[in-house]
Design a protein around this ligand. Structure first.
Ligand code: NAD
Length: 492
């Protein structure tokens, strides 16, 4: 994990839209403000895309499409290698900027490094952009080829803005599509740095466009746009439903969704606690719980639950110490980050209030951490009711539901009783049990003797079951999702 001590920005912060390889003001000239969640001060006024700007970006993407598609994937991959190098070099700038707009700890910033690895993996997939042939029909050689959808859209969240963008642009552009990406209104600044790097890497104009703006109107205009043929979305299940609805009511564009989670982590009585305790702590502390795969529901075997709880509390306290005034997340000594904004801060505090009614006991934290900034104490709720809102809903904060269990069938029933199915993990030394549980989990990704967030590999599918989505990020599977099949019959 690279550490960017004394991170620096390269000067002026870019606030314009990125269309056709140019930074431009929005047509209306309208702007919105981005605030620092540590200081609560304004960081920048950013140009806001309205539907007319969406049209302009879509037109640029449409004009760029034929040449980009015709170029071929191997040539397109060359741009990815250049962009990956530029992204790695931009680490300090991105770390500082993201820290200002979302409160992410600059010292633990690694989105640029993971993103660069992802880009190189997608470049490698250029040689996998192929279909199939068949001789099964007498007198024929038949084939399936894979082609781009055309102009596509990506709508991404704020918690990992660079990674979310690369997870969409990676397969979309190598597959020959062109893209209009809308960043989150909470984190538009780092996406504009990515746009600048795309231009520096030499991508042709119009291939990749970035719009800053709100879900409504800009995101909604994309979801119902008649020229956009596919949208890749990462965000909440609530917004995912709206986008599918808008797609159904417009041109039936393809929509792939990567949504939220409420991930279970099961600790069996034979688990290696030296490994499991710090891993459980990091999983709920990283990005202060604002991670889709955070292990937010812990199930510990009752025979070790009290010892586990005590050591977990020690580990979390050590990892998230903060002074009463808070520490600027962009400074190297910062240990704990604030929630991204006032709305998110109030939402998490509301859940902590609900915890008090859930029948559970708050054994750690339970209130705001500092007087200034949106810091919340890491919070553990012991034994909340299984059907309570804190146990069922995604809180997206440093709030852990700590449950105990007696036997495997009982814990699996509770672990799987969730609308979500993104990630799940377990710790045990028994290999048969590990594989049995991995198979029984109703989730798209499983960790065995490891847990999130240390579980993402570029060549492995990142995807959810149930209400956690129907898409795939990363891996060859994501490339298949950004191209469409065509069957050709050839009579010989
Ligand atoms: P969100 O759904 O509020 O917003 C996501 C994006 O959708 C933003 O860009 C927003 O402007 C846009 N949007 C909002 N309303 C829209 C509309 N009506 N039409 C079109 N676009 C609209 O989510 P968020 O708060 O930014 O992100 C947090 C959520 O994202 C959590 O649920 C988290 O679990 C999820 N997430 C999932 C993954 C994953 O890979 N599965 C990764 C990161 C985050």
């Amino acid at each position: 994990m690279p550490v960017h001590e004394g991170a620096k920005t390269s000067g002026k912060i870019e606030t314009r839209l990125f269309i056709n390889n140019e930074f431009v003001e929005s047509i209306s000239g309208k702007t919105f403000d981005v605030f620092n969640p540590y200081s609560e001060e304004k960081v920048a006024s950013v140009y806001e895309a309205l539907p007319e700007d969406v049209d302009k970006a879509v037109d640029a993407a449409e004009a760029a499409l034929p040449a980009w598609e015709e170029m071929g994937a191997i040539a397109r991959a060359e741009y990815y290698y250049k962009l990956a190098d530029l992204l790695e070099a931009a680490g300090p700038e991105l770390a500082e900027l993201e820290s200002k707009e979302t409160g992410q700890l600059a010292s633990r910033y690694r989105e640029n490094a993971v993103g660069a690895k992802g880009l190189r993996m997608f470049a490698g997939l250029a040689s996998d952009l192929n279909g199939a042939t068949s001789l099964a029909m007498p007198g024929h050689v038949n084939m399936v080829i894979r082609q781009p959808y055309g102009v596509c859209g990506a709508i991404v969240p704020w918690n990992v803005p660079i990674l979310a963008a690369i997870f969409k642009m990676g397969p979309a552009l190598i597959g020959g599509n062109t893209l209009v990406l809308k960043s989150s209104e909470k984190s538009p600044l780092t996406a504009l740095v990515l746009a600048r790097l795309v231009k520096e890497a030499g991508f042709p104009p119009g291939v990749f466009n970035v719009l800053s703006g709100y879900g409504n109107p800009a995101g909604a205009a994309m979801a119902s746009h008649m020229k956009i043929r596919k949208i890749g979305f990462t965000g909440s299940a609530r917004t995912g439903r709206l986008i599918k609805e808008a797609a159904a009511k417009s041109n039936l564009k393809r929509v792939s969704l990567e949504l939220g989670g409420k991930s279970p982590l099961i600790i069996f009585d034979d688990a290696n606690l030296e490994a499991a305790i710090p891993a459980a702590a990091i999983s709920i502390i990283a990005l202060t719980g604002q991670v889709c795969i955070a292990s937010s529901r812990l199930y510990v075997h009752s025979s070790i639950a009290d010892v586990f709880q005590e050591k977990l509390i020690q580990a979390i306290k050590k990892m998230s110490a903060n002074s009463p005034e808070g520490v600027d997340p962009s400074s190297p000594e910062a240990m704990h980050q604030p929630q991204v904004d006032k709305a998110q801060f109030e939402n998490v505090l509301k859940y902590i209030e609900l915890a008090k009614e859930s029948g559970g006991e708050i054994v750690l934290g339970g209130k705001r951490q500092t007087e200034k900034g949106y810091f919340i104490e890491p919070t553990i709720i012991r034994n909340p009711d299984h059907d309570s809102r804190v146990s069922k809903e995604e809180i997206f904060g440093p709030v852990l539901c700590f449950n105990t269990f007696e036997d495997e069938d009982e814990v699996m029933k509770r672990a799987n009783d969730s609308e979500y199915g993104l990630f799940a993990s377990l710790y045990t030394k028994d290999i048969s049990r590990a594989m049995r549980i991995a198979k029984r989990f109703e989730s798209g990704m499983v960790g065995v003797n490891t847990t999130s967030p240390m579980t993402t590999a570029p060549d492995m599918p990142f995807s959810g079951w149930k209400a956690s989505g129907d898409g795939v990020d990363l891996s060859k599977a994501s490339l298949d999702l950004w191209t469409q099949m065509k069957t050709i019959y050839i009579k010989i």
